[in-house]
Design a protein around this ligand. Structure first.
Ligand code: AMP
Length: 114
């Protein structure tokens, strides 16, 4: 069962987003409130609430998210300087949008996460 989130609307084409990548399984968009010069979200089109809800059946999808993230990092010129990939899960991590997404953040010196 899917929750109605802004990402569901973006996936259905009902809300605008700055897309940087799309295939049949995944979408990558620029974060609307970037934390660094490059801040991109890799989002599966399948609804999974957060990483804790992923199952064995999602192994290929999770692998694809990571590989697309590293490809985008390369395209964005982040390989030399480095970058961060992060999933927020639950309230303490500050999860705001309950539809799985992987943050790709880079382009400047990043602070140490809490
Ligand atoms: P999280 O805390 O992991 O749930 O992060 C959700 C991210 O989605 C935040 O970094 C938001 O800035 C970002 N976000 C929310 N709405 C949009 C939107 N319409 N387009 C792009 N990014 C968004």
């Amino acid at each position: 069962m899917s929750e109605e989130t802004i990402f569901a609307k973006i996936i259905r084409g009902e809300a605008r987003a700055d897309k940087v990548y799309e295939d049949e399984k995944l979408l990558a968009i620029k974060d609307i409130q970037p934390l660094a010069p490059v801040h991109i979200l890799i989002i599966p089109k399948k609804f999974i609430r957060d990483i804790s809800q992923a199952t064995d059946e999602d192994q290929d999808l999770l692998g694809a998210m990571l590989l697309v993230a590293t490809d985008i990092a390369r395209q964005q010129g982040l390989e030399e300087g480095g970058y961060r990939l992060a999933f927020n899960c639950g309230e303490d991590a500050g999860l705001m949008v309950p539809h799985l997404h992987l943050h790709l953040i880079g382009g400047s010196k990043l602070g140490t996460p809490a």
